[in-house]
Design a protein around this ligand. Structure first.
Ligand code: NAD
Length: 479
């Protein structure tokens, strides 16, 4: 059993309680590591370390901050294989996917924000008798809380802009997938990140994450996870006037029109439906298809989906790996049962899979459901697994009405060769991100986030650097 440690004040340390939680390998459904079951005492130690490091880190030149962050990026790249295997073991995603997406993106997050901070500028506002300029100063101690679906990718997406901007961070990775955050701590030490600039406190959401939300010394919280937990954090932190960035759940629609580039669309719809076992916040789980091509789409989509190989994440031929945890696996299966009760017809999948030698792992066959009303629970609530619904629509307005019917608004994709329709739909869709004829194409400079119950605030590029800094206007009278 590997014993994960907290990273506090530059050192890898055991939790004060010496208590641990099991970490499971979802491919076999058995524990393989232990993660600190930290409590308020570890949180206090991390905050104290961060607070003590703040003045020096804020005074460290931008070039020096960028140099250390680039070194961390280099080390992530140099450890690609090791980190990808660790991510796969922890999360259940195929190793090839972690190697192609998760770890390269974690490296890019550090490299991108190391460069972005050197380009971050502020404004001046000139008056006839004065000049105003804006300082953007670090906030001090900030907290990040991240989920299990893209563990290192999302963990670093928050930490990199926070430290680039001169803050010191207390960070909580998901207790379900803590391994790569632990390995990152080792790389931060190797890269020479000063003690206290980043502190990683592992453990339970309530015992650690909720303490971050309450603590008076924490100036901002950047959270990614479910809408339920985002709400709990906001309830605690808002009256304390902390800055909040909340990236939460989704129920993203894909709108497919008869005039789309059919082959290109089909290739991407398979990815957006079942990539990472459907456990990407940006996955499209409601597929709306123009009625005139619905039957053709259904036939082709079901044929391709039925052939997707579900298997152990370590096998290079597995297109889909294991579901992250038993609780989540049972939740997804319960939604498939609910879909049947709601009148849905299962066109593909709908059942667990038991790969040879991995019978105790948590695997689900990619699942397609049709005939559900657009406002059925399975079309309204986030399932966050390899389960999609398909529905025909007759008019552009009907497609929009269905697409906008949920409480969520993270992303949407539109598939059409009609440029006027694409622009019109993009404008009308209630989502923070709209892709046209593509999916998951990301430029790290763009604003990232959702509307409605999917989020508050934006990450990415200068938006993130603005979040992690406080603007101060200086007005100089020049007579
Ligand atoms: P979750 O909300 O259960 O947990 C997220 C994190 O919050 C974990 O680290 C957890 O320990 C912590 N936490 C739990 N209770 C807490 C509390 N009371 N106070 C503070 N922290 C607490 O989410 P999850 O199951 O890990 O992740 C899946 C969810 O994340 C899905 O809803 C998915 O849509 C969402 N997600 C959103 C985005 C986005 O960018 N919008 C990206 C990825 C995942």
């Amino acid at each position: 059993m590997i014993k994960i440690k907290n990273y506090i004040n530059g050192a890898l340390v055991a939790p004060i309680s010496n208590e641990y939680l099991d970490v499971f390998d979802p491919s076999i459904g058995k524990p393989y590591a232990e993660v600190p079951d930290s409590d308020i005492r570890d949180v206090e130690a991390a905050i104290e370390a961060a607070e003590n490091a703040c003045a020096n880190w804020a005074a460290t030149s931008i070039n020096d901050r960028a140099r250390i962050m680039t070194k961390i990026a280099d080390l992530i790249g140099a450890n690609l294989d090791r980190l990808a295997k660790a991510e796969s073991l922890d999360n259940g995603k195929p190793v090839w996917l972690a190697k192609r997406v998760d770890i390269p993106r974690a490296e890019s997050n550090f490299r991108f924000f190391a460069q972005a901070i050197t380009q971050f500028s502020t404004q001046t506002h000139e008056m006839s008798e004065a000049i105003n300029y804006t300082l953007r100063q670090p906030l001090g101690v900030v907290a990040t809380i991240s989920p299990w679906n893209l563990p290192l990718y999302l963990f670093t997406w928050k930490i990199a802009p926070a430290i680039a901007a001169g803050n010191c961070v207390i960070a909580k990775p998901s207790e379900v997938t803590p391994m790569t955050a632990y390995l990152l701590a080792e790389l931060c030490i190797e890269a020479g990140l000063p003690a206290g600039v980043l502190n990683i406190v592992h453990g339970d959401g309530v015992k650690v994450g909720a303490e971050f939300s309450k603590h008076p010394k924490v100036k901002a919280i950047s959270f990614t996870g479910s809408t339920r937990v985002g709400k709990a954090i906001a309830t605690t932190a808002a009256p304390l006037f902390k800055k909040l960035s909340l990236e939460m759940g989704g129920k993203n629609p894909n709108l497919i029109f008869a005039d789309c580039d059919y082959e290109k669309m089909m290739h991407q719809i398979i990815r957006t439906s079942f990539g990472n076992q459907g456990q990407i916040c940006l996955c499209g789980s409601r597929i709306l298809v123009e009625a005139s091509i619905y039957d053709q789409f259904k036939k082709d989509f079901v044929a391709i989906t039925s052939k997707l190989k579900v298997g152990p994440p370590s096998h290079p031929t597995s297109k889909s790996g294991a579901i992250v945890s038993k609780v989540h696996y049972e939740k997804i299966l319960s939604y498939i049962e609910l879909a049947k009760e709601e009148g849905g017809k299962i066109l593909a999948g709908g059942t667990p899979v038991f790969p040879e030698g991995h019978e105790d792992g948590w695997y689900i066959q990619p699942t397609i459901i049709e005939d559900l009303p657009h406002d059925a629970r399975c079309n309204m609530e986030e399932i966050f697994g390899p389960v999609v619904t398909i529905m025909p629509f007759e008019t552009d307005q009907q497609a929009l009405d269905y697409a906008n019917a949920t409480e969520y608004g993270l992303s949407a994709s539109i598939w059409t060769e009609n440029i006027t329709r694409a622009h019109k739909m993009a404008k009308e869709l209630e989502a923070g991100i709209v892709w046209v004829n593509t999916w998951l194409l990301r430029d790290l400079r763009t604003p990232f986030g959702g509307v409605k119950n999917s989020g508050v605030g934006r990450e990415g590029g200068f938006e993130a650097l603005k979040f992690f800094t406080e603007p101060k206007n200086v007005c100089i009278h020049i007579g």
